[in-house]
Design a protein around this ligand. Structure first.
Ligand code: M6R
Length: 377
């Protein structure tokens, strides 16, 4: 600071640097609890607004991302934690909707697979914070190989945002709870639209997204919340919980299990329904809560038969599905929203994590041992 105000210098070279001033667009309601008891529940309830904004405004960036994928010889979706499950959902969406193979890798593992990268590759890095060390590392490796980097990032000006050749800002507003919720659904919505643009069916993607906006609102309505509270009461003293999904719902099952375990400390394990018979079913006992994602899609018959297997071993089946089924002990109805099913399916799991934490006397905004942004490797 000198007589002319603040001066900026490059810390590496000492050369003077110009600074760009970016006005903050945050509102008081973005930063405060705004009448909610915790940031987690506030952010869960913000999702219809975030998704509506994407449905209304994101045509241009989504087209640009679709173009980058079209031009690339090999695209990779990467992320850590919840962002990795959004990335894995993206990989299913691109396959299912756009008939494109977009590889998926967990951010911290990417450096062991980076040998495939060339200057024709595209790495699509997903991160709420844009500061996750494993992702920054992976992106640096991609850049060294001459690959292009696209980012789906919530924090403008973050390290990832600055490193990427092209960024889509999620526009979800500050995510203050350690648990990722609204940034997850924002990433999935953007990837779903991108897959539809690649397929030439943008209008279908947009229609599914609008249906999901209504579906998320329904999943947050008092009647749904009350049901979740009842399930939380049943599960609060359990040690284990299993979550199954197939196809598009497989990553949703992984994300649902993460939401439950990181905040309630109940051991929750998500897996692909077809894997039951390969080992996990040995763990199911009388009364073990099992969440089953059963949207109306090609996975339905198979996932319901998985639910039967769990039930016949004593599993207590919570079905997250547009339709009731005999095999469900409790049915959590969610809207039928086509390819956007991960957006509505994850809401009951987010709420369940929250109400389980309350039941178990835990602070939903401060899970033990976790940081909002993992900036160390
Ligand atoms: O900021 P990022 O999206 O890169 O963070 C990645 C993970 O650390 C994060 O999603 C973490 O798994 C959350 N606790 C999930 O709720």
């Amino acid at each position: 600071m000198g007589p002319d105000g603040v001066q900026f210098y490059d810390s590496a070279t000492g050369a003077p640097r110009a600074a760009a001033f970016v006005p903050l667009t945050l509102r008081e309601a973005d930063m405060s609890l705004n009448g909610f008891d915790h940031y987690l529940i506030k952010e869960i309830h913000e999702q219809p607004r975030v998704l509506r904004r994407i449905a209304e405004n994101y045509a241009e960036p989504v087209h640009h991302l679709a173009e980058l994928i079209s031009e690339a010889y090999g695209s990779f979706l990467i992320g850590c934690g919840t962002s990795s499950y959004a990335a894995l959902t993206g990989s299913y969406l691109f396959s299912r909707i756009a008939r494109r193979h977009v590889n998926f890798a967990v951010g911290s593992e990417f450096k062991y697979q980076e040998h495939f990268l060339t200057d024709r590759s595209l790495v699509i890095a997903l991160s709420q914070s844009g500061e996750t060390a494993d992702i920054i590392d992976a992106v640096m490796a991609a850049k060294r190989a001459g690959a292009r980097v696209a980012a789906l990032v919530n924090v403008p000006g973050s390290t990832l945002d600055r490193l990427a050749d092209f960024s889509i800002h999620l526009g979800a507003g500050p995510e203050q709870s350690v648990l990722s919720t609204k940034s997850y659904t924002a990433k999935v919505a953007i990837l779903m639209l991108t897959a539809h643009v690649l397929n030439g069916s943008e209008h279908v993607g947009r229609e599914h997204l609008w249906r999901a906006v209504d579906g998320v609102e329904q999943a947050l309505a008092p009647a749904s919340v009350q049901r979740i509270q009842e399930i939380a009461a049943y599960m609060a003293d359990k040690e284990h919980c299993f979550v199954i999904g197939r196809g598009l719902s497989y990553p949703t099952a992984l994300e649902a299990a993460l939401k439950i375990k990181e905040i309630s400390y109940i051991h929750a394990e998500g897996f692909a329904g077809g894997e039951l018979k390969h080992g996990v079913i040995a763990l199911v006992e009388e009364g073990t809560p099992c969440l089953v994602f059963s949207p109306i899609d090609e996975t339905r018959d198979d996932i319901l038969s998985g639910a039967m297997e769990l039930r016949s071993r004593g599993g207590f089946i919570v079905g997250i599905s547009p339709e009731p089924e005999e095999v469900f002990d409790i049915h959590l109805p969610v809207a039928d929203v086509g390819d956007a099913s991960p957006l509505v399916g994850v809401i009951p799991a987010q709420l369940l994590g929250y109400y389980l934490a309350l039941r178990r006397g835990l602070d939903p905004d401060k899970p033990r041992n976790l940081a909002k942004s993992v900036t160390v490797k």
